[in-house]
Every structure is written in structure tokens, then in C-alpha cells.
Design a protein around this ligand. Sequence first.
Ligand code: AMP
Length: 190
Amino acid sequence: MKVVFLGPPGAGKGTQAKQISHHFNLLAISTGDIFRSVSEAKDDLGIKVKTLMARGELIHDTLVVDLILSKLNASVLHQGFILDGFPRTVPQAQSLQFFLEEQSTALDAVINIKVDHSILFKRIETRVSQSNGKTRVDDTAEILKSRIDVYNNETQPLVSFYKDLGILHDIDGMKTIEDVTRDIVAVLSK
Ligand code: AMP
């Protein structure tokens, strides 16, 4: 099974990707995790990626596409995967479609985890107030705002992209973690 998880920052994509990949024995590939480790290197690429991530901006499509597609080797395609955080733009989605077609395969489902933006802000505030005041609320809220703007401008168009392909499934991400997991399992078991 080959699955993409879509959703705004803070929707719980990472948490759900872990649960669901375990349930169906899929490989969970998180682009955020990949880039967080790239950003630790003190070379030019590491510094560039770190700066973009700190601002809540996206990393350039060609770099993202090259890196992620290189991870989708024959054994990963055979096992099946969940892509958590990729694609995030229409050109990235087109590259993924083209790549999978070349490999004579296709995505089975796109899970769109929907959460009201007001709830995303509440979630981040709770996280900040529980982190011993190490992070300033306004800083974090500001970055979240720019990440949500990026999501609305760049990633939201993927909802109709995948709806048109007939593989989009909306999931209510405002339920409990367990209920969201159960809803996703139900959709993917059909
Ligand atoms: P995430 O943990 O998925 O929210 O990703 C954290 C950050 O990594 C994002 O804010 C981007 O800067 C970068 N990133 C992750 N995935 C992508 C992607 N598919 N395209 C561009 N940038 C990405």
C-alpha cells in the first residue's frame, strides 16, 4: 500500500503516520525528520535548510524531490510506504506521479487530516506553556502562522489535485488520537 498524508502543520500527521505504518507494516517516511537531520550538518546545504526551516518556509522543490524519490527504491516500493510531509506543492506531487508511473505503480490513497486553524494555534500554545517557558509564545505562534500561510498557498491545492485523481479521503483530525487512527485504519482497510 502506498499512501500520502496531507494536513496542516500540527494536524497530527507524524503521530498518525507512526501508528498507521505499524498497523499495516508500511515504511513511514517523514520529510521533516529527513530535513531536520540534513540541517544538523555544518555545510552549506545544512545551513540553508536550517534557515528555511526556522522561518517555516519550504525547501526548494528540486532538492526535496531528488532526496525523497531516491529513498523510494525497489524494496520500499515492494513493502509499501506512508509519505508524511511530501508532497507539499503541486510540482512535487506531479514529480511523484511521474516517478510512480515510471515504476508501473501508483498511490493507493491520500489521507487528508483536517483540523480547524484556530485549534492548531491552541495546540501550539498548550505545547509552549508545557515546555518550561523555553520558547516564547509569540515567536512560536508567529512561525506557526507563516507555516499555515505556506500550507494554504502551496499545499492546499493538493487537495483538489488528489480529489481529481479519486484517491482523496478526508479525515476529521479534531477527534482523539485513537479515534483518528481508527478512522484512518477503516478507510485504508476498504
Ligand atoms: P514537518 O516536520 O513535516 O512540518 O516539516 C518541517 C519543515 O521541513 C517544513 O516547515 C519545511 O521547511 C521542511 N519540509 C518538510 N517537508 C517538505 C517538503 N515536502 N517540501 C519542502 N519543505 C519541506
